[in-house]
Write a protein that binds this ligand. Sequence first.
Ligand SMILES: [Zn+2]
Length: 266
Amino acid sequence: MHNVREHTVHTEATLARLGSGVQAFARTVADFVLPPQCPVCRSIINEQGHLCPECWMTLDLVELPVCDRLGIPFALPAKPGTVSAGAEAAPPVFARARCAVLYNEPARQLVHGLKYRDRSDYALPMARMMFRAGHELLDGADIIMPVPLHARRLWSRRFNQSLQLAAHLSRFADVPLMYDGLSRTRATPQQVGLSDTQRKRKVANAFSVSARHVPVIRGHRVVLIDDVLTTGATANAASRALLRAGANNVDVLVFAQVAEILQAAI
Ligand SMILES: [Zn+2]
């Protein structure tokens, strides 16, 4: 079996490349001069890379018990390993998903800030919350991999927000990061306004694993990292490509999931 670590990039080096030039430099300098600030509201906090208690409280943190397949919280007590009726009826391609928070307005602000407004300083607190929510996935993982953007979209957005989260998580969990294991075979159109079926069809074969990565992925446990889990179509398509390449297991760890709390366990 191939040694994953030999084939993956050094996390710190990847992180260093992620900064957006002058802006990142300015923030680094500011970190030495100014006291740590909450990246959302700018209030003074004790330690860099966290949210202040007020901003933290506005998030809808996901607590146990959750559906073992989808990671959606149950309203009532449930045994570990309980699977929701929705996951039973339509099992995902991935083994398990976990999310730090449910997608509410403050979560949307964090996700959009990281994705569209160059707020790379959001990535650290978001990744910390994901690490807490995803420890059971990360414990047995061999490879951490971000869900990639298509090259054209990457160019317009300048960096992949999932890679930023994945790089932090790789460091926290001491699991090698493979940043280019998956590639988008074609650009998927903006998904707003598409029906579930249309969206699924668009992303079904949107990912591929390059031949040179197959020997590294084969027989290993992969944790896919993304910012948001919506219908699961993207996560399923990416998982399918990895399983076809011989991955032993694919789990998905996201910051936020668009879901309602499940009222009944079964
Ligand atoms: Zn705050």
